[in-house]
Design a protein around this ligand. Structure first.
Ligand code: HEC
Length: 148
């Protein structure tokens, strides 16, 4: 019984992370739909989607050789944004948030010693690193940000 309920908890976690993903198998489409209707994106989910969109634009700018602008201060909300239900900030989460912010800031550092492409890919790797501990659903999408 204990195993059952912890599996169920895990399922809920996974589902709340995967709602943004559109590729649901047909068989569970109906039950998934109900969850989707009730789904209110958390502050964190909104921030994450904004971070994704921003880094997509940065990637395009880098590939086009254009200026990437400045570090978006909104990203600092990763330390405070409200999470979905069933989620909380533990120490791992907090250290990944810090590493991610450092990497994203370094991307905009004019005196950096490594190439812009490698700094950008480092940002993406930190998105993925945190997601491996927290929320694996969006990882395949995030990987598409890598500059090859
Ligand atoms: C410190 C950990 C951490 C980092 C770093 C992180 N994420 Fe997330 N991400 C999360 C968590 C936790 C959620 C689930 C948020 C929720 O449901 O409240 C999430 C959710 C998402 C989602 C799904 C949002 C939705 O609509 O449900 C996407 C997409 C995403 N992240 C992309 C990214 C990208 C891109 C980056 C890097 C630019 C990134 N994440 C960095 C922890 C992280």
């Amino acid at each position: 019984m204990k195993i059952m309920s912890s599996c169920f908890g895990l399922l809920l976690l996974v589902m709340s992370c995967q709602n943004a993903e559109q590729e649901q198998p047909a068989a569970i489409e109906n039950s998934e739909k109900i969850v989707y209707d009730m789904y209110q994106p958390s502050e964190m989910a909104n921030l994450m989607n904004a971070m994704y969109a921003h880094n997509e634009t940065v990637k395009e700018a880098i590939l086009a050789g254009e200026d990437i602008g400045q570090f978006p201060m909104d990203f600092l909300e990763i330390h405070t944004a409200e999470l979905s239900e069933f989620k909380y900030r533990n120490e791992t989460f907090q250290s990944f948030s810090q590493l991610f912010i450092l990497a994203q800031k370094e991307l905009y550092n004019p005196d950096a010693e490594t190439s812009q492409v490698s700094r950008f890919n480092n940002v993406v790797n930190l998105c993925i690193a945190c997601h491996q501990t927290e929320c694996t659903g969006p990882i395949s999408r995030i990987k598409k940000l890598h500059i090859k």
